[in-house]
Design a protein around this ligand. Structure first.
Ligand code: GRG
Length: 310
């Protein structure tokens, strides 16, 4: 398969995830639910439909495909991780956190609705993610479903994304009296980023491996890919914040420097950060060696993550 296949694969998964989310975010209650209030359903649909690259579901789907698994269950696992991602963006945009006005090129959820609705929409998405993983259509084997729940919980909770967000908030606004950002160390910055954004990207790959019942050796190879990909994604994001076009990125840029936030770009400089990004893409691609030509789409995904403009 050639690199040309990647956009088609991304589009195909994005469209399938869109259809699935459209169904799951219906106003009709599921068995066991009492009712779904229209306003919060509307806010969740506003946040989740019609935008986003759907990179995390793509990683779940492509990792599972390596082991011959391609079905609705895998898509549900992908949509679940997308819901956690969506919740994190809604909450991150709140005035108490990043206080952003734009996301995916449109007003953030608290701007389009109100803060309380945005908090509840995020909470609803987080809960829905685990509902989807725990429910039988994801996989007939309860042990496999449980393994998916555990992988996503570990990546998105206290020792992953939530913890990383806490570290990020703590690191903000550390300026000297004359307005310069206080020095931050590379190790601490890398750990914060691995938690805040890397963990969930790595979990997407891991969930694909779980869904595909990958053997230990293959799971380890994919885990190495996921870790390198997560780091590469973050450097690319930092470069976009530094020099990206806000209209293309779909949100405000230049915020890291304004807030004194340490990134590899502010710590190392643009060119060394770019070199690090190239090395990480090569590392991610090398980790896929055991899969040979079957991993062409995942290899191309690593390049895509580094080169993306939004
Ligand atoms: C609120 C618990 C909590 C966590 C927030 C993920 C996160 C933690 C904050 C998002 C802030 C941010 C912009 C981080 C940079 C990396 C990132 C997640 C970018 C957006 O992801 P993409 O590029 O977005 O995959 P799309 O819109 O394509 O889904």
């Amino acid at each position: 398969m050639s690199h040309i296949a990647l956009p088609a694969r991304l589009e195909e998964t994005a469209a399938a995830v869109e259809r699935l989310l459209d169904r799951l975010l219906s106003p009709e209650p599921l068995p066991g639910e009492i009712a779904r209030p229209a306003r919060v359903v509307e806010a969740m649909r506003y946040a989740m439909l019609g935008g986003g690259k759907r990179l995390r579901p793509h990683l779940v789907v492509e990792a599972a495909r390596l082991f011959g698994r391609e079905d609705e269950g895998v898509l549900r696992a992908g949509a679940a991780i997308e819901c956690v991602h969506g919740y994190s963006l809604i909450h991150d945009d709140l005035p108490a956190m990043d206080d952003d006005e734009l996301r995916r090129g449109k007003p953030t959820v608290h701007r389009a609705f109100d803060e309380a609705t945005a908090i509840l929409a995020g909470d609803g998405l987080l809960t829905l993610a685990f509902d989807m993983l725990a429910d039988a259509p994801t996989d007939p084997d309860p042990a496999l479903r449980l393994a998916l729940v555990l992988a996503l919980s570990r990546a998105s909770g206290l020792g992953g994304m939530v913890g990383g967000q806490m570290l990020d908030l703590e690191a903000e606004g550390r300026f000297t009296p004359d307005g310069k950002p206080l020095p931050a160390d590379e190790e601490g910055t890398l750990r914060l980023q691995a938690m805040k954004t890397g963990a969930i990207l790595a979990a997407a790959v891991e969930m694909g491996a779980i869904a595909g019942r990958a053997a230990d050796r293959d799971r380890q190879a994919l885990a190495a890919y996921g870790r390198a990909l997560g780091k590469a994604f973050q450097i690319a994001d930092d470069l976009l914040d530094h020099e990206g076009d806000a209209a293309l990125v779909g949100k405000a840029t230049g915020k890291d420097a304004a807030r004194g936030k340490a990134t590899l770009v502010t710590l190392l400089g643009i060119e060394p950060a770019r070199a690090r990004l190239r090395a990480l893409v090569a590392e991610a691609q090398a980790a896929l060696a055991p899969f040979g030509g079957r991993a062409e789409v995942l290899r191309a995904t690593a390049s895509f993550v580094a080169e993306r403009q939004n």
